[in-house]
Design a protein around this ligand. Structure first.
Ligand code: GLC
Length: 729
């Protein structure tokens, strides 16, 4: 439709039809079996059956036939036959699941991430989805927060790069088998006080702009046409009611002309925050703040008529939002083809196809992070006779992760299945040894007896894989944890098993950084698999037996203890820097230290080992003086000094030594993933411009200072391999 036709359509709509366009409900308000059950206060949002004929959008309509049937019936009943927008949480796959985003970000691979999102978009669009509620680009620096699994981790640059890659994959050229992207959760949802989901967020304007906003902006710049305000309040103001961020920054500063959709029931939660007296007030507040569509509540639909009559909102405000929704529907071609790419037959032949599985497996392989590998214990030789697979994840198929959309555990390859398929002649002894339940109350003597039984298997095997960690349902929404240690039963099992056989390696699963300080000294090798998705077990087999070398680098810092949270590499020195962050109670008493623990993490951001070793030359610069319109090229020679071909994510950090405010000890500015054969070396170069050095200074202006900087090139955020340069103005 042309804009004139849209304007004409808008002019013909009744007020109820307009308000319906601004409302999204669950598909199971229309259909029986959609795979989503609405419970609690959301089950009844006050709409009458006839109101449902006027809605603007549905979420959670799974299956091409469901989407086609729903759309057909709906349009027949709608007075102006306006098609529904069908939206879904396609976060790390639709049916074929690749690793949770926190894991995929460890690949430091833009192309792979984009390809995964592209595959997800194709599966989803064939099943009738128009818009995905993704990517989630909330900066996550607190492992207590369960939704860190859905994020791209702690770093601004990594989040911008991975989030943009996901948007490109989803949206592509807007053509065949694409979906529109709704970036979320706007904003700073990942910084809740105490790491507790939905809690208040306290940020300075500087930290908000320097750290928490750039990821959303990058996703919008990459083509996301929707954005979703977050459940949290910032400075006690609920985000769905935050006009400063939703209007002054998003609309006015950034020029965003797409649509804003609330999170699930977040409108009514403004009242539950205690920031509105009634649902009618909520409808007024959100209208003034330019939130366009209301997800799974109906304050707009039920109260706007009165608000108009009382002059508390204007028809222009309503028309503006309705026009945005009609324009997004039009942009997707829904007026010409309301079913878009829904095609049951094509879906059945593409979903979970070999190409989807291969890509998901590659993603799982490149997301895995080798944290330890003493004496090159890994990879195991394929010529072994007997392998002991011990632990609750030895044969567990629930490794697809939270927010797994239409993914099914029964379609996931377990570690046992992956290894059995690869090495059918190896005898595999399996014993779960314990559960993964966090709140297990089994008596310790029973736990010990079970662990000793499992350890007996370890004793008789040639090698052992201890498969432990956090179950997929213990991260994700609403799943914050106070304690992020491995559960007691797993710590007992690890202690018994790891001492029984020197050839014992640990495969760790989880959706967040976990405190593995207890088992780290006992384990010779630790491979972090994250929640690896549909092909997780197959990827684990190839990694453990050396068909592919691990290349993952941590997207989020691993603490020694939850007491260090939030912990991240781009921290401040403070006025009392610790002499040696690796020594507990570092020598001089009055420093920013812990008495009982080093201030350093167990594993730093960007850290990850390989089956080979890489050597970095000192950093060289083509000039040590940067002018405002000039550039500096920083380079290092990276050499594979081991004996297997492997990938390495070379990281480029910059430190601003003096600012008008304190600056982080370093900030990731770029990264490049390379593949080197044994003995091969290449020059890896990065370009620095004045723009790369800008930040929000003392008076909150965005700019750079003349002065001294360090340019680091290294394998992780601990690198001290740098060269010094000056910016002159
Ligand atoms: C949830 C989540 C959000 C999701 C939405 C729809 O509560 O916060 O990420 O997109 O509801 O499922």
């Amino acid at each position: 439709m042309t804009n004139e036709q849209l304007e004409k359509l808008l002019s013909e709509l009744s007020l109820e039809e307009k308000l319906g366009q601004l409302t999204q409900v669950e598909a199971n308000f229309y259909l029986e079996h959609t795979g989503s059950d609405v419970t609690g206060p959301e089950a009844n949002i006050g709409l009458a059956p006839d109101d449902l004929k006027l809605m603007g959008s549905v979420l959670n309509c799974v299956g091409a036939d469901n989407c086609i049937q729903l759309q057909k019936t709906f349009m027949e009943n709608h007075p102006h036959h306006i098609p529904l927008l069908i939206m879904q949480d396609v976060i790390h796959g639709y049916r074929t699941q690749y690793p949770v985003p926190l894991g995929l970000a460890c690949s430091f691979n833009d192309e792979l991430t984009e390809a995964c999102a592209r595959m997800a978009a194709k599966e989803a669009s064939l099943e009738g989805v128009h818009v995905t509620f993704g990517p989630m680009v909330d900066i996550s620096r607190d492992a207590r927060w369960g939704r860190c699994m859905e994020s791209c981790g702690e770093d601004v640059t990594l989040t911008k790069r991975m989030g943009s890659a996901m948007v490109r994959g989803f949206v592509h050229d807007g053509g065949e088998n694409t979906v529109a992207s709704c970036v979320k959760h706007f904003c700073a949802y990942g910084a809740p006080e105490a790491g507790r989901d939905y809690n208040n967020v306290e940020l300075s304007e500087r930290t908000l702009r320097q750290t928490y906003l750039p990821g959303y902006k990058a996703a919008l710049d990459a083509g996301a046409r929707w954005i979703m305000p977050s459940f949290n309040s910032i400075g006690h103001l609920p985000m769905t009611a935050n006009g400063y961020i939703l209007k002054d920054i998003l609309r006015d500063e950034w020029g965003f002309d797409g649509a804003i959709i609330s999170d699930y029931n977040a409108y009514r939660e403004i009242q539950w925050h205690g920031a509105a007296e009634s649902m009618k007030d909520v409808a007024e507040i959100t209208r003034h703040n330019g939130v366009d569509m209301e997800m799974m509540s109906a304050t707009t639909f039920l109260h706007s008529k009165e608000l108009l009559e009382e002059g508390r909102i204007t028809m222009e405000e309503i028309n503006t939002s309705v026009m945005r929704i009609l324009q997004e529907k039009n942009r997707l071609g829904l007026f010409e083809n309301p079913y878009r790419f829904a095609d049951k037959t094509a879906a059945e032949s593409y979903i979970l196809s070999a190409s989807c599985r291969e890509l998901a497996q590659q993603a799982a392989e490149e997301s895995a992070v080798l944290l330890k590998n003493e004496g090159a214990l890994l990879p195991f030789g394929k010529d072994m006779k007997k392998l002991a697979l011990i632990g609750p994840f030895a044969a567990e198929k629930g490794i697809k992760g939270a927010w797994a959309c239409a993914g099914r555990d029964e379609e996931t390859v377990s570690v046992y299945e992956g290894i059995k398929t690869m090495l059918p002649d190896v005898e595999i002894l399996v014993d779960a040894g314990c559960s993964y339940n966090l709140l297990n109350d089994t008596p310790v003597d029973v736990l010990t007896a079970n662990a000793e039984k499992a350890a007996a298997l370890a004793k008789e095997a040639d090698a052992v894989l201890l498969c432990i960690g956090e179950y997929q349902d213990y991260s994700g929404e609403g799943n914050s944890r106070c304690e992020i240690r491995l559960p007691l039963q797993q710590r007992i099992l690890a202690e018994k098993v790891l001492k029984e056989n020197p050839n014992a390696a640990v495969l760790l699963f989880g959706g967040r950084p976990q405190d593995i300080t207890d088992i780290e000294p006992m384990a010779r090798a630790i491979l972090y698999m994250w929640q690896p998705g549909t092909m997780g077990g197959a990827a684990a087999a190839r990694l453990v037996f050396g068909e592919v070398a691990p290349s993952g680098k941590l997207s989020m810092t691993f603490p020694r203890s939850v007491g260090q949270e939030p912990i991240y590499y781009a921290h401040q020195t403070t006025g009392r820097p610790v002499a040696d962050p690796n020594i507990p109670g570092a020598p001089f008493p009055y420093t920013s230290r812990y008495l009982d623990m080093p201030t350093s993490p167990l594993y730093a951001f960007g850290y990850g080992l390989s089956y080979t070793t890489f050597e970095y030359s000192p950093v060289t610069l083509d000039t040590d003086t940067l002018t405002v319109d000039g550039t500096i090229t920083a380079s290092a020679i990276v050499k594979n000094t081991g004996n297997v071909t492997a990938k390495e994510s070379v990281q480029f950090y910059v430190r601003d030594l003096i600012g008008t405010v304190a600056r982080p000890v370093k900030e990731l500015k770029d990264f490049k993933k390379i593949t080197l054969a044994p003995g091969e070396e290449i020059v890896v170069s990065f370009t620095i411009t004045e723009e790369d050095l800008r930040y929000w200074g003392k008076d909150l202006t965005y700019g750079s200072d003349a002065g001294t900087f360090h340019a680091f090139i290294g394998p992780d955020s601990n690198t001290q391999n740098y060269a010094e340069f000056k910016l002159v103005k």
